[in-house]
Unconditional design. Structure first.
Lengths: 133, 184
């Protein structure tokens, strides 16, 4: 406020020099309240609008949608990373539990690789030692 | 009394026949002073300001159905007060054979003889300077300088953008400074 005012106005101050009789407002308030004419009020319940009523639910829905969207992006990002890692492992011919089937089906793995992988699985699971002929 | 004023409750009570009158009494108590001073700075004379203020409240009361609570009660009352003041000043101009386009200097001429004015020569000159401003600048200057009203609130009352109000205030101050320089 100060910066937009001039030195002249600052010097003059805001007391315009207007006065009122003592007790003016008390008398005035009582007199005007007494002199109000009779009116008929159209009774209305100031009901909140449709927008006001549904707004909290819309905000809540938008919040959940936002969280769901972020989770989708996050999952997609993680999925992409896993998928890329699997592709590179398949390309390099590195067998593990995740990509063994794809390596076998794609023909990248040789018969020797397949047998080696099956042997390693069997070694990890000694209780399943019975092999089919 | 001001501490017990709950505008949301009052607004609700104003719309029911059995509570409206008492609620409006509280409105009068709450707003009479600030509306009076705004009107007084427009019409300058105490008795005239009291009459215009009374008309303002009676008009608000008789058209209370038009107030739906969409805007602040103060905004609605200020609009009525400003309209009543302008109507009053225009009637005075007609009584004094002045054109509606003339400025409000004739109101300031009576200040020195007003028993409810004890300002010095500089204050009288300031009122004369304000009276020479175009109507919109006069309103904006008084609401900003004396009432210290926020531009956003003024924008709601006057229906003018905040940028335009700031420009109006700036022009008003420059014109008042020029008036003082010219009448030094």
């Amino acid at each position: 406020m100060k910066k937009e005012e001039s030195q002249l106005l600052n010097d003059l101050g805001k007391d315009a020099g207007f006065k009122v009789p003592d007790g003016f407002f008390e008398d005035f308030n009582a007199r005007v309240a007494q002199s109000l004419p009779d009116v008929t009020i159209t009774e209305v319940n100031v009901a909140p609008s449709l927008w006001v009523r549904v707004r909290p639910y819309l905000y809540m829905a938008a919040t959940f949608a936002g969280i769901w969207g972020m989770m989708q992006v996050f999952n997609q990002f993680n999925g992409s990373a896993d998928h890329a890692q699997r592709i590179s492992e398949i390309a390099a011919g590195i067998p593990n539990d995740n990509n063994a089937d794809e390596l076998i089906m794609s023909g990248v793995a040789s018969d020797y690789d397949i047998l080696t992988y099956e042997d390693s699985v069997m070694a990890d699971e000694p209780q399943q030692t019975q092999r089919l002929p | 009394m001001r501490n017990s004023y709950d505008e949301a409750l009052i607004t609700e009570q104003l719309h029911h026949q059995d509570t409206a009158r008492e609620a409006f009494g509280k409105v009068i108590q709450h707003y009479s002073s600030q509306l009076y001073w705004h009107i007084r700075r427009m019409v300058l004379d105490h008795d005239d300001a009291a009459d215009v203020l009374q008309n303002t409240f009676i008009k608000a009361w008789t058209s209370i159905d038009n107030f739906r609570g969409d805007a602040k009660l103060s905004t609605w009352l200020y609009k009525i007060a400003i309209n009543e003041s302008i109507t009053f000043i225009n009637k005075k101009k007609a009584q004094n054979n002045l054109s509606l386009d003339d400025d409000d200097s004739f109101l300031a001429e009576r200040l020195e003889s007003d028993e409810w004015f004890d300002g010095d020569a500089a204050q009288i000159k300031l009122q004369r300077a304000i009276a020479t401003l175009p109507e919109k600048q006069r309103l904006v200057f008084r609401m900003r300088y004396y009432d210290e009203m926020k531009y956003e609130d003024m924008s709601e009352i006057l229906g003018t953008s905040v940028g335009a109000l700031k420009a109006s205030y700036h022009h008003a101050v420059k014109k008042i400074e020029a008036f003082f320089a010219e009448h030094d």
